[in-house]
Design a protein around this ligand. Structure first.
Ligand SMILES: Cc1ncc(COP(=O)(O)O)c(C=O)c1O
Length: 383
């Protein structure tokens, strides 16, 4: 019997007890002085942590997809050109968002498992004037991490192009620095590397992005409008739309954990543990979709070997109490996705690797001695 499911999909990620406790608190009024203070602290801390002192952070009841819409809606107007840099399914999601908004798009895509290079971005940006460019930092469909720092150097030559970074599967796990990387809009969701349940999007807008929004005048969007939210983020006692009070408290606890660990240590932890999981699981025979030089530290797409059946494998994992995700689009059935980000700790990872071995055993596909993958993981993390 299993009385616990270890959720090792690439979001939602494991939520630790102290964060769960915040979600279980008795709700307060949004004007409650204690909540107003807590909300302000979260917004200010997030701005500071990601080096956006001259801009603004928005914490909104929504998901990552809304962060995508918010980024585009506040930086572009109908008829503008947008360059979409796509390394997979979530990069491509911007195509429909932009089309629906009447924007003219150009797309540069990498084959799945690779990333568009800064030189390709430079070449594309040189061809015409773009109001904005979108880059997905870690595309969750491929496990590829884009070189956002190097692209941030390229964008310096194109000051009229807003640099939009999708950090849904990376923020608080892979390095992001608003001013240091010349990012104009960054967004993420609460359910990934922040380790909070789904329901919040956090959006950072640089000073330049706020000025761009101002220059657009009235925009068609209402809930997504920076200008509707700015008064609230500047003074959290004000009302525009009801904040997700318990999730904000949960986020505050998540930010406290991040500050206690230190962002740099958190980035290093993700490298160490991400690489250890990749080594351990591939030692069992699985391939990895993302090329080594662009491999993310937050999740991995493991390619099946020896005709392993995806449904059978993931059902066996579930019976063993561990939830992993299927792959997307062309890789559906050919790979599974394992999240290893946020507050997922070494116990979670050891259980996941052990149960991958047990599931392979059930399917008659375990080629190594039982415990081999766990052993590889343990020796990697002890280095
Ligand atoms: C990179 C990336 N962008 C955007 C999204 C969309 O976020 P949400 O599902 O929270 O709307 C996801 C979701 O997994 C994602 O991984």
């Amino acid at each position: 019997m299993k009385n616990k499911k270890v959720v090792m999909i690439p979001g939602p990620t494991p939520v630790v007890r102290s964060i769960q406790d915040q979600m279980g608190r008795e709700v307060a009024a949004f004007g409650d002085p204690e909540f107003v203070k807590d909300f302000k602290e979260v917004v200010d801390d997030l701005n500071e942590l990601f080096n956006n002192r001259n801009g603004k952070n928005f914490v909104i009841a929504a998901t990552g997809t809304f962060g995508m819409e918010m980024a585009i809606s506040n930086t572009c107007k109908r008829g503008d050109n947008v360059l979409i840099v796509s390394n997979g399914f979530f990069g491509d999601r911007f195509i429909e968002i932009c089309k629906r908004k009447g924007l003219n798009i150009d797309v540069i895509s990498a084959p799945w498992g690779r990333a568009v290079s800064p030189a390709e971005v430079d070449e594309a940006l040189g061809k015409k004037e773009y109001a904005a460019m979108t880059v997905t930092h870690v595309d969750t469909s491929t496990g590829v991490s884009a070189p956002i720092k190097e692209i941030g150097e390229v964008i310096k030559k194109y000051p009229n192009t807003m640099y939009i970074v999708d950090g849904v599967c990376s923020t608080a796990a892979e390095p992001e620095d608003m001013e240091g990387m010349n990012i104009d809009v960054l967004f993420t969701g609460s359910q990934k590397a922040f380790g909070v349940s789904p329901g919040l999007t956090m959006v950072w807008a640089s000073k330049k992005a706020l000025e761009r929004r101002e220059s657009l005048g009235d925009i068609p969007e209402y809930y997504a409008d920076f200008e509707k939210w700015l008064p609230i983020m500047n003074d959290t006692s004000k009302y525009f739309a009801t904040p997700a009070i318990n999730l904000v408290w949960a986020l505050k606890e998540s930010v406290r954990i991040i500050k206690e660990e230190g962002l740099e240590n958190r980035y290093q932890r993700h490298i160490k543990y991400g690489r250890a999981v990749q080594k351990a699981v591939s030692s069992l025979g699985f391939g990895i979709l993302a090329d080594e030089d662009v491999r993310a530290t937050t999740l991995t797409n493991f390619l099946y070997f020896d005709d392993i059946n995806d449904q059978e494998f993931r059902s066996a994992m579930l019976e063993n109490g561990v939830v992993v995700a299927g792959a997307l689009a062309g890789y559906a059935g050919k790979a599974f996705r394992l999240g290893h980000m946020g507050n997922a700790d070494e116990n979670d990872m050891i259980v996941a690797i052990a149960m991958i071995e047990k599931s392979l055993m059930k399917l008659g596909k375990l080629k190594t001695a039982p415990g081999h993958g766990v052993g590889v993981f343990l020796s990697e993390i002890s280095k």
